[in-house]
Write a protein that binds this ligand. Structure first.
Ligand code: NIG
Ligand code: FE
Length: 418
């Protein structure tokens, strides 16, 4: 049976392909065959065979269309929250200090260990639903609040179940080297051995993650420890990404480059050598303005340096309970401009083409091009700049995932639906 052919007319597309601002085409049309994009261009140039054979024709009523948004760095699966810690930080206690006192990431580890799989799923769904309602069609989700075999596997199974339940592509990352669990207190090397011998092989063996990440920082793990995790990850066929240079410079970007990491994330303390290294390894710099804002960082990621070395910049929520309790990638576009100095076009590229690259999915998503997945969003805006300009609003009108227009119920099932 031939695939269903749909035509979207009366639209303006921001293809996000390089070469012109937003890769924009006004008065355009887009053809979808099955789950893939079959044609995109000026409406008047739409070839007759598409017009004649279309099974369905949709009127976009002048909407702007972008690729489905890609959130390439999230810790979306966790239990509990850290509102109390927020109060402490407002009283002047720093994020690092809270972490040193045994709070921070570890308090989420206790809550996540204590929640069974169903409960963890239940607590994670409102966050995912909120993301999807704002046009996200691909999301990366990290483990890292388990730090033991059972809970790391549980988190990754929940991430997988979210991807099966909702119309979204979930990209799972193993973040065993996120913090030191209490049972290993005083012996980070022993914990890293445990991650490499007991946890990572199990995660990889069960196919529960496609990449490994680590937190390389003074309150995380050293370069040597991170390198050990990366070597093991590589032996098990996992790709690499890294929380790098967030609170201090550890030469973490250089380490990410050495392992040809897909992404190096945060980067507030990135050096010129680090920028040169990731430029060479074609590693994407993932900027996380939500975390910068929420923990009231002073030091900006060196955006000019990244531009000078032509490092692609992605923008993501870093959705997590401690440093970025947000689900709004749209808000991050605005913050990437106001706080980090990105242009609105760079910000949108950061949540589409470059975020796709940060996940190794650039052949499938991130731009509107023939052959790519038909994941796209119709927005109630008059120019693509508006996606970064307005904040705290959601102009998302319609989401098309793998060629199928979603119904509101697709991304917000009733609470008792599972
Ligand atoms: O990306 N930097 C470390 N990891 C997270 C924070 C996790 C947490 O505080 O729960 C981040 O900012
Ligand atoms: Fe993070």
């Amino acid at each position: 049976m031939p695939e269903t052919l749909s035509i979207w007319t009366n639209i303006q597309v921001a293809t996000m392909t390089p070469g012109s601002p937003y890769g924009a085409i006004e008065n355009s049309a887009l053809a979808v065959s099955g789950s893939r994009i079959a044609w995109v261009g000026k409406a008047k140039e739409l070839p007759d065979p598409f017009k004649n054979r279309a099974d369905r024709v949709y009127d976009g009523k002048g909407a702007w269309v972008t690729p489905g948004l890609v959130d390439c760095h999230t810790h979306l699966v966790y239990a509990g929250n850290r509102a109390r810690e927020f109060e402490l930080r407002l009283q002047g206690v720093s994020y690092e200090e809270i972490s040193r006192r045994g709070g921070g990431i570890l308090s989420t580890v206790f809550a996540t260990r204590g929640a069974d799989e169903q409960e963890l799923f239940r607590q994670s769904t409102p966050r995912l639903e909120s993301m999807l309602a704002q046009g996200v069609t691909t999301v990366e989700i990290k483990s890292g609040y388990g730090l033991d075999v059972d809970t790391e596997l549980k988190m990754l199974r929940v991430a997988r179940l979210l991807g099966k339940t909702y119309p979204v592509t979930v990209v799972p990352t193993f973040l065993g080297a996120h913090a030191l669990p209490p049972e290993f207190r005083g012996d980070t090397d022993a914990y890293i051995d445990f991650v490499c011998r007991n946890v990572l092989p199990e995660v990889a063996g069960q196919g529960l993650a496609v990449a490994a990440d680590a937190f390389c920082d003074t309150i995380g793990f050293t370069r040597e420890q991170t390198e050990k995790v990366f070597r093991t990850a590589r032996e098990h066929g996992l790709m690499i990404r890294l929380h790098a240079e967030q609170f201090s410079n550890q030469g973490a970007a250089e380490l990410a480059a050495k392992f040809k990491a897909l992404s190096a994330d945060h980067l507030e303390h990135l050096s010129e050598e680090g920028a040169m290294a990731i430029a060479k390894s074609k590693t994407v710099a993932v900027l996380l303005p939500g975390a910068f804002y929420f923990i009231r960082e002073k030091r900006l990621p060196p955006v000019d340096l990244l531009r000078r070395h032509a490092v692609p910049m992605a923008v993501s929520t870093d959705c997590n309970p401690g440093t970025s309790p947000t689900t709004s990638l749209l808000l991050m576009l605005n913050m990437a401009c106001t706080l980090f100095g990105l242009t609105p076009e760079e910000a949108l590229a950061g949540a589409t083409i470059h975020a796709a690259k940060a996940l190794g999915l650039e052949k499938h998503v991130g731009t509107l091009e023939v052959g790519k997945d038909a994941d796209f969003v119709l927005w109630d805006i008059t120019s693509p700049v508006e996606l970064a300009y307005a904040f705290g609003v959601n102009p998302c009108q319609r989401i098309i995932r793998h060629g199928e227009p979603l119904d509101h119920r697709d991304f917000a099932p009733l609470p008792d639906a599972h």
